[in-house]
Design a protein around this ligand. Structure first.
Ligand SMILES: [Zn+2]
Ligand SMILES: [Zn+2]
Length: 126
């Protein structure tokens, strides 16, 4: 029977183990073995998302007071859920051709800074 593989996290330096089942799964989906411990991997996944801070701001379409993950200083518009799901704006205007001569994440970042995000109206929370 195969045994766990011991590794050292390249971020925090703590030891962690990879089970034979996990190794088989990594091989099956064609990804390399992790070099970070589970805690550091989780930290990296969560760093991309803000789920701890909420901001009061106005909907950029109707002006209603909303609660949002996004502060009013962000570049992209934030709409209340009623506006975001409505036909008051056309999401297809954000469509664009992919430029194969430029890096993907550069273009993805530009798109993320323009496409409206959704918030929740304050009175919907009461
Ligand atoms: Zn770690
Ligand atoms: Zn609105």
């Amino acid at each position: 029977m195969a045994e766990n593989i011991s590794k050292t996290c390249r971020e925090c330096g703590q030891g962690f183990k990879i089970s034979p089942e996990d190794l088989a799964f990594y091989k099956k989906i064609g990804v390399p073995e992790p070099t970070l411990c589970p805690g550091c991997r989780q930290q990296r996944r969560l760093a991309f998302r803000n789920e701890k801070n909420l901001y009061k701001r106005a909907c950029d379409l109707c002006g209603s007071g909303i609660i949002s993950f996004f502060d009013k200083d962000v570049k992209f518009p934030v709409y209340c859920s009623a506006c975001w799901w409505s036909d008051k704006w056309d999401s297809s205007i954000y469509g664009r051709d992919y430029d194969f001569s430029r890096p993907f994440f550069e273009q993805f970042g530009e798109l993320m800074q323009e496409v409206p995000k959704v918030g929740v109206r304050e009175r919907e929370l009461q």
